[in-house]
Design a protein around this ligand. Structure first.
Ligand SMILES: [Zn+2]
Length: 370
């Protein structure tokens, strides 16, 4: 009898913790179209209408790069490569495979910062040590641009289990929402054109092509997610990088496992997640290569769901393969394919998305080593 009572109390305690991990919709009242739920069913038409616009424009006739630009994480570096093409020499300060949230730049990176004409950060507290190093070492004529703050109003910032409001650091993964990433590209286009007016038409042409590709991607994601059975459009990930993706595609983030200090979750949190998973009936949960997944593996086993370890928000695919496809667009397509198929949907429609870099292989893009 006592034992049963204890079990009931324990179950109640677990239930009371469930909301801790649930992330609320970003903001139902938002006026930002990137955070409104998409309408499914038009991807093929959109792709047909934009087929010409999505084609890669010709390279600039510049004999050598005209600008030197410093960026941080690989998705931003790749957006810059697609807008700047062969007119811009790019250096990414945060190496792929590093945890961008805790990364400390090397002091020697000051050398690249000091050369930069423009510096682009995500901001929103993602790469503070790098921002400080940049601010202290850049030329007085260099512009330091924080893309996140220029893209999302503070009222639309997402806070959740891994990025709690009390700490004041919003979830910084704006680029995981393609429409917000497109705004990053727009800011890059304008900043490059201002610094290099002779290249303005080239940057604009690149932007127009990228915009078409992202519009096709956005609609294809919408259609792919729409094939997932309603009740299974739920994401539980180790690293909490889908906070701005989920509202756009009608998915809910039911939890993230990584605590806000980027350590391992407590036994209490793990127990709550296992209980929640059993209740929600999701077929799979997700991890990524950058973050440890032992805990997630254990949660999946105990909850009887599949564990898929290949999502990415920083690392781009094909680092050692065909560098034409070492791209932001390919990362998104791979992630959505993984999510869709693991949750019982059909990802076929994603094949309509062009994912190669507009300027081809990105082998000339520099990166600080690990
Ligand atoms: Zn991240």
């Amino acid at each position: 009898m006592m034992k049963r009572l204890r079990n009931v109390l324990f179950a109640l305690a677990l239930l009371s913790m469930i909301n801790v991990n649930a992330s609320k919709p970003v903001n139902a009242q938002t006026s930002n179209p990137a955070l409104q739920v998409c309408k499914a069913g038009t991807a093929n038409d959109v792709a047909k209408n934009l087929a010409d616009a999505a084609k890669a424009p010709a390279l600039s006739d510049a004999k050598a790069p005209v600008l030197y630009v410093v960026t941080t994480v690989a998705p931003l570096t790749n957006l810059m490569f697609n807008i700047g093409g062969n007119r811009v020499k790019i250096h990414g300060l945060i190496p792929e495979g590093a945890d961008s949230h805790t990364y400390e730049p090397k002091l020697s990176d000051a050398e690249f910062i000091a050369k930069a004409d423009l510096i682009f950060l995500n901001g929103l507290h993602l790469e503070e040590p790098t921002r400080k190093l940049a601010a202290a070492n850049m030329k007085s004529t260099t512009k330091l641009i924080e893309l996140g703050a220029l893209t999302l109003d503070e009222k639309d910032w997402a806070f959740d289990f891994s990025f709690p409001k009390e700490k004041g650091d919003p979830n910084p993964h704006l680029w995981m929402n393609p429409l917000l990433a497109l705004n990053y590209a727009k800011i890059m286009r304008d900043a490059l054109a201002e610094r290099d007016p002779a290249g303005a038409a080239y940057y604009k042409a690149n932007y127009v092509a990228l915009e078409a590709r992202i519009q096709i991607l956005d609609q294809a994601i919408c259609d792919a997610v729409n094939t997932i059975p309603d009740k299974q459009r739920k994401l539980l990930t180790y690293h909490d990088s889908f906070a701005y993706f989920a509202p756009r595609y009608g998915m809910s983030v039911i939890g993230a496992i990584q605590p806000s200090d980027f350590t391992e979750p407590s036994m209490r949190d793990v127990a709550a997640l296992i209980e929640q998973l059993k209740k929600e009936g999701v077929p799979a949960i997700f991890g990524s290569e950058v973050f440890p997944t032992r805990v997630l593996d254990q949660i999946a086993k105990e909850a009887g769901v599949r564990f898929v370890a290949t999502l990415s928000d920083d690392d781009l695919p094909n680092q050692t393969g065909d560098r034409r496809y070492h791209s932001y667009l390919q990362m998104l397509v791979d992630d959505v394919k993984t999510i869709t198929e693991s949750l019982g949907g059909n990802a076929e429609i994603l094949k309509i998305v062009l994912t190669d870099n507009l300027a081809g292989a990105d082998t000339d893009v520099e990166s600080s080593g690990k």
